[in-house]
Design a protein around this ligand. Sequence first.
Ligand code: 3PG
Length: 377
Amino acid sequence: MKTVKDIPNLKDKKVLLRVDFDMALNQQLTINNQPSSSVSHGARIAEPFRVEKQKLMIDYLIEHDAKVVMVAHLGDTGEFAPLIPQLHMLLGREIAFLKSIEEIPAYLENYAGPALLENIRRFPGEKENDEELAQKLSSGLDIYINNAFAVCHRKHASVSAVTKFLPSYAGFLVEEEIAKLGQAIDAPAEEKVIIMGGVKAETKAPVIKNLIDNADKILLSGVIANDIAKARGEDIGRSVVDDNINKILSNLDIASPKLVLPVDYIMAENRRLDIGEKTIAMYREVINSAKTIIWNGPMGVFEKDEFSAGTKLVAQAVADSSAIKIIGGGDTIAAVNRFSIPLEKFTFVSTGGGAMLAFLAGERLSGLEALGYYADK
Ligand code: 3PG
């Protein structure tokens, strides 16, 4: 896999830079019931972490006199135009906005600083990995850099097909994510603890299956814990489980003592909505003796105060531990922010949600495949 450092000379090179600006948004702020003047309409970025993680790459390219056009998505339909003033603030520089792909070559001829194209998923063909779209996107450009680890599990035109039309390189963030997540996977199994919670059990189970032999303990909560508890024959009341438990848990030894389930819960309407005090104490003890921790997914419905203690105390225990601690996933980062725990307390915070889990599950990520990552391994 070629990386940015392999590009011989960036001066005046026209760079198509795939970034990940897919962020949680707040509704527009209002002051005295009047809309804030800082955005024209729509929403504001609630969680700037992913934007901040792009700054290093963008600054580097600009310092090396490259001409940069950024491509990103914002959900499937979000619009970047209202967010440009905030992106400008977060990145510390003016960002031009390009509404259509046709505008790119002309903009590059009269280049006036980095530009961002409208949400690429609003253009037909992105999610189909359409080669025509990829070719159109590449026209007038010299180089493609993928700095969007969080979208590398998607076989989309701006992630995969585009690499057929331009010399392609991994950006700093893609390199960093691969290195840090790889270190966590390869860390010795003894004293390696994995914490998995949240709602999307189908993306957590493959990680557990891939890492169970290479971890000491897997502390569980959320839907994946409910699924396993049910499969073990526990009465879980009305707690949420997946419809396809058998498929999700296939090839997993659910009786393994490495899979640690909660022993008590905070319940409401006969549902398990948070882990209880005994479980918190037990999980904290395991966390305190770990040397490597990988955490994805909250312990309970942390958005509601009455069900937030489990996630809060587990988050604090991870943050305070002297282990190598890797966290990731939108909900996990949102939880850490809600409890005002600085992200700097963690060794590495992955920008990837689904991509982080797919990588930890040992899956081949289409975006990395397109960059030649697996061919070199
Ligand atoms: C993410 O939020 O994990 C990435 O931006 C990918 O988004 P997607 O799940 O909509 O493909």
